[in-house]
Structures are given as C-alpha cells and as structure tokens.
Design a protein around this ligand. Sequence first.
Ligand code: AHG
Ligand code: MN
Ligand code: MN
Length: 319
Amino acid sequence: MQNLSQVLASSAVEDSLQTVLIQTTDTCVAISDVLKQGSLAGILGMAGNENVQGEEQKKLDVISNDMLKDALLACPEVRAIASEEEEDIVPANTKGEYLIAFDPLDGSSNIDINAMVGTIFSIYRQTGDNPATEQDFLIPGKEQVAAGYVLYGPSSMLVLSTGNGVNMFTLDPKTNTFLLTEEGVTIQPETQEFAINMSNQRFWSESIQNYVNDLVKGKEGNRNKNFNMRWVAAMVGDVHRILCRGGIFIYPWDNKDPSKPGKLRLMYEANPMAMLLEQAGGKAYTHTDRILDIQPNAIHQRVAVILGAANEVDKCLSY
Ligand code: AHG
Ligand code: MN
Ligand code: MN
C-alpha cells in the first residue's frame, strides 16, 4: 500500500506544497495521539476562554490549535496561517508561498462524549514582498491548491484533494503513516439520506422548511421515496459519511441571529469541504451561490452550507 509521501511524490504536486501537506498531516497524527489519551492526559473540558466568535474554547481546541500553529509557523514554505481559534491571521515567513486556513478541531462538542472530531484545512498559493495580511487570505475557494481533513474516529483518516480527485488514507498506528485506502472517491448524484439539525426548524427560511418537510414525508409525499436522517454534529463526520455513502448536508441560514448568514465558517469549513465535494462529483452551495465562487470579506466569515449529492443539492436549491 502506498503511503502519503509516495502518493504525493508520484503526483504533479509541487515539492513545496508536499512539504506543507506533510507538516500539516504529521501534526494531525500528533493531535490524534493526544486525543487518544482522553481523560488520562487531563485534556478534556473547558479552557476557560472564548474564541473570537464568542464560542467557549475546549482545552483540546487550544491544544490542537497550538500544535498546528507551532508546526506551520516553523515551516519555511508557509507564508501565514489563519485559524478558527485565532482572532487575526498569523504571518509566518514572508518568503513562504502558502497560506493555510484551518479549523484545528471541528465538532469539539463531541470531545466530552468520545465521539468523532477532526481537523479541516485549506491551502492557497500566494506570494508577496511584505508580511501577509488578512487581505491576502481573501481569495475565493476555487483558488485552493489543496484541501482536506483528518477525521479522528475509530480509525484516523486523511481525506485530501490537490485538485485532481479525492483520496482517502487510513492512519497505520504501527508506523504512524497515512496509507492510501481509497483512490478517486466519487459521490453518487442521487441519495436518500440527509443531515440537518432539526431543532432549528422553526428558525429556517420557508424554502428550507418546505424542502425538509418533503423529505420527512417520504413515500407519502411528492418525493416518492423515503429518506433517512443522520447528524454527527461535527461537519467533518457528516461530510465523511457523504464521501463514503452519499447524502446531503445542510446548515442553512436561520433567523436566530439574522446578522449571521449561517453557522459554519467559509474559509476553514465550507471552502475546503466544498473543494472535496466538487472533486468527488458532488455540489456545494449556499442558498444562492456556489461556495467556491464566493469572494470572502473576512477570515471568520460565516455562510449557509448545502452540500452533497449533485441532484439532491439541485433539488434543495429548486425550493
Ligand atoms: P466547531 O466545533 O469547529 O465550532 O464546529 C462545529 C460545527 C460543525 O462541525 C457542526 O456541523 C456544527 O457546528 C454542529 O452544530 P449544532 O451544534 O447545531 O449541531
Ligand atoms: Mn468547526
Ligand atoms: Mn473548531
């Protein structure tokens, strides 16, 4: 079985990008090790801080952020990083060629119940003579040169695209390397499975309410087929299920806080997942736009997300 370095070396991926990817994924292996220790390492529970988005930070949000931050700032190829857990972008090496945005720990409310979490990352190539600024990061997702996530579940898995399809790797705990276990992942255009947090139903737009009502009516409604529902409460877990067996994932706009266009973050949740989804033949939209076309206006910008099986995303948008 080929390992990640071998797969990258035999691809058209530039050496400098390979270095950044290895540095990122090696750090995820270290995060996976920390997660495995759970309570034994005294790392569960709250950190006692709030991040820039007013969300309480778990100790592991902070630990995994520090691990990725330290590793990437030390990497000469990295020009700057942006993280869910950092208010501002952090410049690294002015001469570096890559900008990396990441969610160090996605689904952190799952930590205390020993359920799936992950790290999501998005990489752009961008150069300049001065230290990077937030403005440099505001590039539409279609310009990503690589995107991926590491899912920490019963096994740890890396799912990666460098713009030429999607590959899945499984972490071999004996050698601490990612081995290629699925090449050229594709998502079927049709599905009978959806993922949405139904407790927000009363806050959704009328169109999303109508769409989900029709899914729930199943065979008795105008869709003429039954739908199953799943919600991991970690985007990384829900997207992984869709890449494995299809489905649609929706975190729509809701009127709980009309100033927020959605819960999920464009730069380090929606964009990298949208690249993976499209590379696997699926679609990723807000209520109106292709996610990868959005011109970002801030690194912590939020967006509505509708992604998954191509025909089902189209169906949802038709409402
Ligand atoms: P994070 O832990 O990085 O803040 O992200 C959590 C996100 C996403 O992973 C998940 O899909 C969603 O929040 C879950 O939201 P609910 O709490 O509404 O289930
Ligand atoms: Mn997240
Ligand atoms: Mn997070």
